[in-house]
Design a protein around this ligand. Structure first.
Ligand code: NAD
Length: 339
């Protein structure tokens, strides 16, 4: 069976890691037609926006997309294309697994966590303004019962389907009493529908500390948008860093897969960065499409190449300047050979 998938290569290192992913996915033999679309700063001159309607429509048509990272200017300029895409397509669940890989130097060897991040509201609604020019500014954080309920339900459904035992709601309900109070209260109500899965909650700062010291006390973690952004990067640091961390943005009947990392502009065009995060995102996409065997083969090939430790990029070597590190393309070649 063939599939048409929207591919947004992204900018910065996006083109390189997307090309690596594409070659690995194609090497599984699954029949995919790539509907390639461009978004980000480079298309503004032509379309007047970094996220043209035809890009969104391509994903709506194909129902499945995969993207490389897209740069967002800091402190000025256009709003994040990545955030806009999640909001416009209502991709409300950001799923970010963090599992230890053999051969990766890390504090623990058996971490297995799944971060479920709310993807449509919270601090990311983009309502921000200056109250007194140059002196005071304000950002609005929106939390709704509807979005809280569906993200917590997603976490429990994921736990049930994937044989997970515990869901932890992560919050700052002691300070953000009303917004995170609503999130937490809703989480407790949803948890009552899942008596087969254990449930607890943690204040986010304590949770961050405990994840670094005792990650084994956690399993599936569900949280609002900003906390999910930060905690998922922390968890990727527990298992080898951003170079290996895949992700998925999932809605009711559309999904867009992407690595956790950004566009790392300083490495753009150097054939240097790790393609694993995007390749594993490709495996998550294949799993979503029902191509379980192909996804398993990619995950096994990635594990083999990283486990052997020879054909890997600089970030997976013991020292960052190890001259035996290979490039993005060469690591993808090794993964294809291992398939
Ligand atoms: P980043 O993820 O680009 O880089 C953070 C650090 O991780 C850097 O040291 C970088 O070199 C390293 N890194 C990232 N990807 C790597 C890889 N594949 N292999 C090896 N090392 C890797 O984050 P940043 O510097 O905070 O952001 C850069 C830009 O990316 C910003 O414009 C930001 O808005 C954007 N961004 C986009 C997305 C997305 O497209 N979903 C996500 C995060 C950040």
């Amino acid at each position: 069976m063939g599939y048409t998938v929207t591919l947004i290569p992204g900018d910065g290192i996006g083109a390189e890691v997307s090309d690596a992913m594409r070659r690995v996915v194609e090497a599984t033999g699954v029949d995919i037609t790539w509907d390639e679309q461009q978004a980000g700063a480079d298309v503004i001159a032509e379309y007047g926006t970094p996220l043209p309607d035809h890009v969104v429509e391509s994903i709506q048509r194909n129902r499945v997309g995969i993207k490389g990272p897209i740069t967002t200017p800091i402190g000025t300029g256009f709003r994040s294309v990545n955030v806009a895409l999640r909001q416009r397509l209502d991709l409300y669940a950001n799923l970010r697994p963090a599992r230890s890989l053999r051969g990766v130097a890390a504090a623990f060897s058996d971490v297995d966590l799944v971060i479920v991040r709310e993807n449509t509201e919270g601090m990311y609604v983009g309502i921000e303004h200056e109250v007194i020019k140059g002196e005071a500014a304000e950002a609005i954080r929106i939390i709704t019962r509807r979005a809280s309920e569906r993200i917590v339900r997603f976490a429990f459904e994921y736990a049930r389907t994937n044989g997970r035992k515990l869901v932890t709601a992560v919050h700052k309900g002691n300070i953000l009493k009303i917004t995170d109070g609503l999130f937490l209260q809703t989480a407790h109500q949803v948890a009552a529908d899942y008596p087969d899965i254990a449930f607890n909650d943690r204040i986010v700062d304590n949770c961050a500390m405990q994840l670094v010291q005792r990650p084994h006390e956690y399993d599936v973690l569900v949280m609002t948008n900003l906390f999910g952004d930060i905690i998922s990067d922390l968890c990727s640091g527990l298992v080898g860093g951003l170079g290996v961390a895949p992700g998925a943005n999932i809605g009711d009947d559309i999904a867009v897969f992407e690595p956790v990392h950004g566009s790392a502009p300083k490495y753009a065009g150097q054939n240097k960065v790790n393609p694993t995060a995007t390749i594993r995102s490709g495996a998550m996409m294949l799993r979503y499409l029902g191509e379980i065997e192909a996804a398993d083969r990619i995950d096994a090939a990635v594990a083999q190449v990283i486990g052997e430790g020879h054909q890997v990029t600089y970030d997976l070597k013991a020292t960052r300047d190890d001259p035996t590190a290979v490039g993005t393309r060469e690591m993808a070649d090794a993964i294809i050979a291992a398939l």
